[in-house]
Design a protein around this ligand. Sequence first.
Ligand code: CU
Length: 208
Amino acid sequence: MWRNMFKLAAVVLMFSLWATPHEVEAHAHIDETFPEDGSVQIEEVTKLKLTFDSGIESHTTAEVTNDEGAQVKLTEQTVNSPVYKAIFEEPLSDGTYNVTWQALAEDGHMTEGHFQFEVDLDEVEIETNDEEAATDEKEQAEREEEPDIQEEGEDTARVSIDKEEAEEEVESSALYQQPWLWIILSTALVVAAIIFFILLKRKRSSWR
Ligand SMILES: [Cu+2]
C-alpha cells in the first residue's frame, strides 16, 4: 500500500514539475524582416533577413515558396544571433512569396511563423521609361527608407502597416529541446523519495 502511495506521489510530482510554466519567457519572435511583411518590392530581391527579439541558435531555418507553392532555393543560410540571413540562388521574379521560419531560441524553445511579400519589378521598368517619374520614384523611395535598411543598401518600396505577426509557439518534444529538464526532474524525484522515506519511517516508528 505504501509503495503504491509512493509511486503515486512520484507520478504526481513529475507531472506538476512538467506542467510548471517557464518563468523566463525568452522565446525568439520576429522583430524585423527584409523583405518586410506585406511589402511590395520594386527592386531586385536577392536576400532574406530575419531579425529576432532574442538570441537564436544555428538551428534556425526559413523556407520560401512562390505563388505556385514551389520552394525557392536559398544559399548561404547564416545565423549571427539574433539575425538570420539567406541569399536567394537567383533574384526573385515577380510574384507573391511566402516565408515560413522556425527559430530555436537560446532557451531551447522553438517558435515558428510566416509572412508574405510581393515582388513587382515590372512597375519599375515602366516608370524608368519616363525619366521624370523614375526620378520621383527614386526620391520617394529614399525618403521612405528606414535607416537600418539603408545601411544594407536595400531599397524598400511601399511598406504595409500590417505588422501582424503570425507566430505560433511549438511546444512539441519539449524533452528534445530541454535535456536539462531531465536532470532537474530526476534530482527532484530523488530528493522527494528520500524525504518521503524519512517521513514514512518516522510515522511507522511512532505508531509502534
Ligand atoms: Cu522559451
